[in-house]
Design a protein around this ligand. Structure first.
Ligand SMILES: O=C(CO)COP(=O)(O)O
Length: 143
């Protein structure tokens, strides 16, 4: 199980209808986010950087492979937190990529927030700025 460093690697992702909500959330939490290393899928990363002035490393756009790039980072142990404002009301052409991203995040004990309420809890948590290693025994699949 990978140890999560105090400076977390955080991905910011939002589907189109949720982008304004994510930019607003990031602006409200700008100070906390600035202490960490930020990544984003192409369009989301651009919008967040533009709307907040935060430094965001941009990957490909989600439908063009960005979700899969994040999945690869997670599989390699290179991402700690996924803030993903997914759209619960719209069908996506890359739905399988979204599902794969959430699956590998779950498997690898990535901290996942899919809405602003949960993202607020993550930012409010003492653990965001602390070193953290998920407990192997508690996290393991028993099958
Ligand atoms: O589609 C996405 C996540 O599934 C997000 O991609 P964009 O940030 O490029 O819009």
């Amino acid at each position: 199980m990978t140890r999560m460093p105090a400076r977390k690697r955080i991905a910011l992702v939002a589907h189109d209808a949720m982008k304004p909500a994510l930019v607003a959330w990031a602006a409200r939490n700008r100070e906390a986010l600035a202490r960490h290393e930020l990544y984003g899928t192409g369009t989301t990363g651009g919008r967040v950087a533009e709307g907040t002035g935060l430094d965001v490393t941009r990957l490909k756009s989600g439908p063009l492979g960005g979700d899969q790039q994040l999945g690869a980072m997670i599989a390699e142990g290179n991402l700690d937190v996924l803030i993903f404002f997914s759209d619960p009301l719209t069908a996506m052409p890359h739905d399988v990529d979204v599902k794969a991203l959430l699956r590998i995040s779950t498997l690898e004990q990535v901290v996942i927030a899919c809405n602003a309420a949960t993202a607020d809890f993550v930012v409010a948590s003492d653990m965001l700025d602390a070193e953290y290693t998920p407990q192997k025994d508690e996290a393991a699949h028993s099958g």
